[in-house]
Design a protein. Sequence first.
Length: 54
Amino acid sequence: MTQPTVTPKLEEPKFGFNSYAERLNGRAAMIGFVSTLLVEYLTGQGLLSWLGLY
């Protein structure tokens, strides 16, 4: 029995845990964190008080 000589090129999945999804999630988290800091700085209130929860 002979072994295959070529490894198939698999396409990276569009959903699930892959490098693109992790990179996109990290960027969204950074934008959210900086936005929260900006809102707190401009309003002089913490996020919970700005949302009316505290």
